[in-house]
Design a protein around this ligand. Sequence first.
Ligand code: THU
Length: 140
Amino acid sequence: MPVSDTDLIAAARAAAEQSYSPYSNFAVGAALLFADGSVVTGTNIENASYGLALCAETVAIAKAMDAGVRGGLVKVAVTGPNDRGGADAITPCGRCRQVLNELAQLGGTDPEVLCVGPHEVKSVRLGELLPHAFGPASLA
Ligand code: THU
């Protein structure tokens, strides 16, 4: 069964349930979909030293790469708190765009990023979020 957008978003939301975000109280979930149909999730992990917070997308990428994945990233779903009326869909922070780009460039893909908000799902390509990216290809 192919993984639908709804499935991927549900996976990101489920990941956010494990968020460790006592300082911001802003639980984020990320779900990465790979060409073989596998899904790897992550959530944000904060720290008493505030600036050391790890974003959900970065955690998901680290989990995937730790498992040996080096490409095939086709889609990403990112979810934020859905109980904050008025908030827009959240998009990956700048650092996460760069971290996502590493795996995307390694596999030669430009993943679709589903940015999930309380009222809408924004679909953008990583290449739109991070144009003219610096990555492994830049060092070749
Ligand atoms: N956060 C993410 O997990 N991903 C993003 O792309 C943006 C921000 C987290 C970091 C911090 O734990 C909380 O959201 C508030 O900034």
